[in-house]
Design a protein around this ligand. Structure first.
Ligand code: NAD
Length: 417
């Protein structure tokens, strides 16, 4: 099976071909500008030492400072970080933001660390890459396994080393520590806006109360679940790394979110039907969730979840890629052949980096915008982005993914040639 990075390269090559990108620009698009690979030595609470592999990949900064999250995950590897950094380049370009693309990761399960250990790892990461990052160089943010608290520690460490407060060095900070209102919900909100525009633009037969299954219930999955439930969609299945839950009448999403906020987990025996708190959700496996007969399937966990091995089981009408790279190219070809539309990651989850951009602006200006103002700006940005992709798709008579990449590549190619 091809790796995540190879899959990403393949899409770039295809989009470059269809979009008639000049050879000189293509060559620059395929290779990251810089790969930083290092190790963090963590002294654990019991005195033992843990060696954690870590990376920061700066893919392309033709449009502005590198931008992209830092993943904390036990399976992280360089191939994944390179693919994610590349996707950030195309996403920021597609969304019309003055950023390039980057990504970082630490190979660690953050749930296995104490709070002190987690803080030490976060601060060590910043010390290792300090000279390569900064508000006008490379602006990291949260990703899988990292959160606002980690960004607060990292911003503090960066500011300490710089000898001055540098809130614009990171985004995704807590609002108390200079973060933006709306950033926490930005990715889910952007995905909801894109889905709404997509459904309005296609004359597909989607029920009046479309059914939705969501894989992953972290920042992205939980926020889009809440927004869809509030806006007339019926969320019938959700999942996390421990498995999935199903309720045909619709899951009471707010109560699951509330429970997760209070306890940190989705308690299996406390997921109820929207219609009756007498009726409990049924357990499913993650594979069963992906195979549900729903209008909309939302992978919002990790890459390579729908592959040639399980694509044959997918029965959804639309796949909205809220995670990065959840559908492999081979799987997408199969889904497309059966008339299943795939809305690609760089479009679907672009609301996150749009929200980050608005945080970066506020941090530099020392200004404060209320949530409504931030969400209105994200909505406008995502509607515009969706229209650019729809127009490109129409022009090139191609898939949503290739249209998104062609548009993104062309914006960068103009600057290179
Ligand atoms: P998170 O760490 O907050 O949540 C990840 C969720 O996925 C958790 O609920 C976890 O239990 C679940 N999960 C992990 N492995 C799973 C599996 N095999 N099956 C089912 N669920 C599983 O991460 P997040 O920030 O919500 O990010 C999710 C995805 O969205 C990633 O691909 C990330 O790169 C992408 N993304 C995130 C943002 C953002 O702003 N956070 C922006 C753009 C894209």
């Amino acid at each position: 099976m091809s790796t995540f990075f190879e899959n990403t390269q393949k899409i770039i090559q295809e989009a470059a071909e269809q979009g008639h990108i000049a050879e000189r620009a293509r060559a620059k698009m395929l290779i990251p500008d810089r790969v930083l690979e290092f190790q963090i030595d963590l002294t654990r609470d019991d005195g033992s030492i843990m060696h954690l592999p870590a990376w920061r990949v700066q893919h392309n900064n033709v449009l502005g400072p590198y931008k992209g999250g830092i993943r904390f995950h036990q399976d992280s590897n360089l191939d994944e970080v390179k693919a994610l950094a590349s996707l950030m380049t195309w996403k920021t370009s597609l969304c019309g933001l003055p950023f390039g693309g980057g990504k970082g990761a630490i190979r660690v399960d953050p749930r296995s660390l104490s709070k002190r250990e987690l803080e030490e790892v976060s601060r060590s990461y910043v010390r290792a890459i300090y000279e390569y990052i900064g508000p006008q160089k490379d602006v990291p943010a949260p990703d899988v396994g990292s959160n606002a608290e980690i960004m607060d520690w990292m911003t503090d460490e960066y500011s300490r080393l710089a000898g001055t407060a540098e809130p614009a060095a990171f985004t995704g900070k807590s609002v108390q520590k200079g973060g933006s209102q709306g950033r926490e919900v930005a990715t889910g909100f952007g995905g909801y806006v894109v889905l709404r525009e997509f459904l309005a633009s296609t004359h597909r037969e989607v029920n009046t109360s479309p059914t939705v299954a969501i894989q992953g219930f972290g920042n992205v999955g939980a926020n889009i679940a809440r927004l869809l439930a509030e806006n007339g969609f019926r969320v019938i299945a959700i999942s996390d790394s421990k498995g999935a839950l199903f309720e045909e009448q619709g899951i009471d999403v707010p109560s699951v979110i509330d429970m997760k906020e209070r306890t940190g987990i989705i308690e299996r025996n406390k997921c109820y039907s929207l219609n009756s708190h007498e009726k409990m959700c049924l357990p499913l496996t993650n594979d069963q969730l992906l195979a549900l007969d729903v209008d909309i399937l939302i992978p919002a966990a990790l890459e390579n979840q729908i592959t040639e091995n399980n694509a044959g089981a997918v029965r959804a009408r639309v796949v909205l890629e809220m995670a990065n790279g959840p559908v492999t190219p081979g799987a997408e070809a199969m889904l497309t052949a059966w008339g299943i539309q795939v809305i690609p990651d760089i479009l679907a989850n672009g609301g996150g980096v749009a929200g980050s951009y608005f945080e970066w602006v506020q941090s530099q200006d020392q200004s404060y915008w209320p949530e409504q103002q931030v969400l209105e700006k994200i909505e406008k940005q995502m509607i515009e982005t969706f229209r650019h992709v729809a127009g490109t798709r129409e022009h090139y008579q191609t898939s949503w993914r290739l249209a998104a990449f062609i548009y993104a590549l062309q914006r960068i190619a103009q600057k290179i040639s």
